[in-house]
Design a protein around this ligand. Structure first.
Ligand code: MN
Length: 229
């Protein structure tokens, strides 16, 4: 196939224990999916329906990377999240069938320009520029569910320069992974290759140039990224 411009390859994530990478389609993110985080953002964590926003697939950054500090922000925040990678698409997926659509899992960061997000909220505008920017979606190599199963509980934490900042448990998600997939598939048709960043526990906070971020999810893996000075 000849394209009108130079071909831009599909973004990919490595797969643990394999030479075949995982092609990344769309990136959906769940907002306020842990009660303590909803509270710290000034919201009542009642079980409202989940809500979603997106990042571009090329916002993916591999484990171990040094990331240029993003432009246009004075308040970059970390959000450590369990990443769900879909191997099968679908619309109106039932909760009971949802895990059949999951190919694997990773540990990711939903990096956020909190100042831009806050301004957008105040003005009733979309959050897009607070969330969807270059290098805003670091993620580990994916691990197939065929190897680790479907983690529903276990520690999720983030350290900045060795100090623990975020700490929670996957079981504290307001909407668990099957419920999230089912709900999202009622809004849009999911596709193989889509990633879902499943929300962050409490303790989000600032990241400065030079900071080293280390994230962990029990049974899934460890993510390390560093921001350039
Ligand atoms: Mn998030």
């Amino acid at each position: 196939m000849k394209y009108a411009i130079d071909f831009v390859p599909v973004p990919t994530l490595p797969v643990a224990g394999s030479t075949e990478p995982f092609p990344v389609g769309r990136i959906y993110c769940v907002g306020r999916n842990y009660a303590e985080h909803a509270r710290e953002m000034g919201h009542d964590p009642e079980r409202e329906p989940p809500f979603f926003f997106m990042k571009p697939a090329n916002a993916i950054v591999p484990d171990g990377a040094t990331i240029p500090f993003p432009r246009a922000t004075r308040e970059l925040h970390h959000e450590i999240e369990l990443v769900v990678a879909l191997g099968k698409g679908g619309a109106n997926i039932a909760v009971a069938d949802a895990l059949d659509h999951v190919w694997g899992y990773g540990v990711g960061l939903d990096m956020t320009r909190r100042d831009l997000q806050g301004e957008a909220k105040k003005m009733g505008r979309p959050w897009e520029m607070g969330k969807s920017f270059d290098d805003s979606a670091p993620c580990t190599a994916l691990i197939p569910a065929s190897k680790i199963g479907h983690p529903a509980k276990g520690a999720i934490w983030l350290k900045v320069n060795g100090a623990i900042k975020q700490s929670g448990d996957l079981s504290a998600m307001i909407w668990n992974v099957p419920e999230t997939i089912a709900y999202l598939s009622g809004l849009i048709t999911l596709q193989p290759g889509d990633l879902i960043y499943s929300g962050t526990p409490a303790g989000v906070g600032p990241v400065k140039p030079g900071d080293k971020l280390e994230g962990h999810v029990d049974g899934v893996g460890d993510l390390t990224v560093t921001y350039a000075i």
